[in-house]
Design a protein. Structure first.
Length: 438
C-alpha cells in the first residue's frame, strides 16, 4: 500500500489514504472471478476521483480510469517487482520481462466476440492472461482490436526503481517524458552548440560524419581517437550528449568498456553500440551483449543504447523475429535503450514496443511516420542520424556550384561572429553530476 499512497500523493489525488485502501481491494481481485468487494471499491475510487460521475464528460471518466489502472498496477504488482529485483539483484525493467508480477486480469466484454472457441457475450467476465510466453523471442499475450502499448509498462519499473532508490540519470529521464526525445546528431562543437542553443535537450554524434570529415571509412573502427577527441570538445558545453561509437572500435569487451569510461570522463551521458559490421553482416548477438555487460559494469551511469542493424542491412529473412530476438538479449545484458535504424513500418514498431521494456529508439525517415505518430506507437527516442550532415554537405555543394555557374542562390547564413560565438568554449557544466533527479 505504501507505493500506492506515495503515488496518489504525487498525483495530488484527494484522500490518498482512502484511495490506497480502495486500490488494495481492487488489486487483490486481479486473479479473476466475480468480486463484489472489488466492484464496490472501484465505485468508491470513481466517487473520489470524479465527485459527480453522472455529470462528468467522457474525458474525465477516462482520466479516472487511467489513474485507477495505474494505481492498481502500483499496488501488489510493484511490491512484487521490487522484491524480485532485490532478490535477483537485477534492474526492475529486466525483472518485469522475466517474472511479470501480474499474470492475469479480469475484464468485462463490451461486445460479442469469439475467443478460443468460446462465444463471449456483452457483459461476460473474461479472464485475460498478461504473462509473457516463454519463447524466443518472448511474446506477450495481449488483447484489443489493434496493437496497443500498455500505459503502465513504463511506470511500473520507474516506480519500483524509485522505491529501490535507483533513480534515473538526467539523460535517462529524457527517455521517459511525455514526448519522445528528439536527438539531432552533430559532428563538431559548433554544430552541437548551435543545436543546443535552439532548445534541444541532448545532442548525439554521428559516426558517418566524423569519419567522412577525416576521409576515413565509417564502421571500420578507424575513428576511435577522433571520437574521444570530439567527446572532449563537446564535454566543454552545457548540454548533454551521447556518442555514436560504432561497435566500440574493438571486439574485446574490456577494451570497449575502457573506451566507454574515457567517453564518460570526457562528459558523455550515453554511448551507442551497434551489431552491424562493415561487410554487411551482423556480429554474433552474444558479442554485443558481452560489450554491453562490460560497459555497464565499468560505467553504470552511462546510458547504453544498443543498436541492431537487422533492418539497416536488409536482412529480410525472418527479419522481425531476428530483431526481437537480438533486442531481448541486449535488454538482458543491461542495455538502457535499443535502436533499430531502418525500421519505419508502424506495425513493426508497435510489435516491438509491446515486447520491449527499455525505450525504443527509431531513426527518423522523411517517408516514415512523423514524430506524433512515432510517439503514439510507443517510441521514446527519435534520432536524426547523419541526415543533418548530409543536408549540410549537399547545401554547401549546391551553393558553390550555383555561384560558379551564375545561378541565383540563397546566401543567407550565420555571421562570422555568430559562428565564432558557437565555437568558443562554453562555461563548463558539472561532468556527470552525482546529483540526479528523483
Amino acid at each position: 500500500m505504501r507505493a500506492v499512497h506515495v503515488l496518489a500523493e504525487a498525483l495530488e489525488l484527494p484522500e490518498p489514504g482512502a484511495v490506497a485502501e480502495a486500490v488494495t481491494v481492487v488489486a487483490g481481485s486481479s486473479s479473476g472471478g466475480a468480486d463484489p468487494a472489488a466492484d464496490e471499491a472501484v465505485d468508491r475510487l470513481v466517487a473520489l476521483l470524479v465527485p459527480e460521475p453522472e455529470h462528468a464528460n467522457q474525458c474525465a471518466l477516462e482520466a479516472a480510469a487511467h489513474r485507477i489502472g495505474l494505481l492498481v498496477q502500483a499496488c501488489a504488482a510493484t511490491a512484487a517487482l521490487v522484491d524480485a529485483a532485490v532478490d535477483g539483484h537485477a534492474p526492475p525493467a529486466r525483472m518485469l520481462q522475466e517474472t511479470p508480477p501480474v499474470r492475469t486480469t479480469r475484464r468485462r466484454a463490451v461486445r460479442a466476440t469469439r475467443v478460443a472457441g468460446r462465444d463471449i457475450a456483452p457483459g461476460d467476465v473474461v479472464l485475460l492472461y498478461l504473462a509473457v510466453v516463454q519463447s524466443t523471442p518472448p511474446v506477450p499475450l495481449t488483447f484489443g482490436s489493434s496493437p496497443r502499448v500498455c500505459p503502465g509498462r513504463a511506470h511500473a519499473p520507474a516506480l519500483a526503481a524509485g522505491l529501490l532508490r535507483r533513480p534515473l540519470t538526467p539523460f535517462a529521464e529524457l527517455h521517459h517524458q511525455a514526448a519522445p526525445l528528439l536527438l539531432p546528431n552533430a559532428w563538431d562543437h559548433a554544430f552541437a552548440a548551435a543545436l543546443a542553443a535552439q532548445g534541444f535537450h541532448a545532442i548525439g554524434t554521428t559516426s558517418l560524419a566524423v569519419a567522412a570529415a577525416l576521409g576515413l571509412p565509417d564502421g571500420a573502427a578507424a575513428t576511435a581517437e577522433a571520437t574521444v577527441a570530439l567527446a572532449r570538445r563537446l564535454g566543454r558545453g552545457a548540454f548533454q550528449f551521447t556518442v555514436d561509437a560504432e561497435r566500440g572500435f574493438s571486439d574485446d569487451p574490456e577494451e570497449v568498456a575502457e573506451l566507454a569510461r574515457s567517453l564518460h570522463e570526457a562528459g558523455a551521458a550515453g554511448i551507442n553500440l551497434e551489431d552491424g559490421r562493415s561487410d554487411g553482416t551482423l556480429a554474433p548477438v552474444g558479442l554485443l551483449a558481452a560489450k554491453i555487460s562490460a560497459v555497464k559494469a565499468a560505467v553504470p551511469a552511462l546510458f547504453v543504447n544498443a543498436r541492431t542493424d537487422t533492418h539497416w542491412l536488409g536482412h529480410r529473412e525472418d527479419q522481425e523475429e531476428t530483431t526481437a530476438e537480438r533486442l531481448a538479449v541486449y535488454e538482458q545484458a543491461g542495455a538502457d535503450g535499443v535502436f533499430v535504424p531502418g525500421l519505419s513500418d508502424p506495425d513493426g514498431i508497435a510489435a516491438l514496443t509491446r515486447t520491449l521494456v527499455v525505450p525504443l529508439n527509431i531513426l527518423y525517415s522523411p517517408t516514415g511516420p512523423d514524430l506524433t505518430e512515432l510517439a503514439a506507437l510507443g517510441v521514446r527516442r527519435i534520432s536524426l542520424g547523419s541526415l543533418l550532415y548530409r543536408r549540410a554537405l549537399a547545401a554547401a555543394v549546391t551553393t558553390a556550384t550555383d555561384i560558379r555557374d551564375g545561378r541565383p542562390t540563397d546566401l543567407g547564413a550565420l555571421s562570422c561572429a555568430e559562428v565564432q560565438a558557437a565555437s568558443e568554449e562554453i562555461p563548463s557544466r558539472p561532468r556527470n553530476p552525482d546529483t540526479i533527479r528523483r
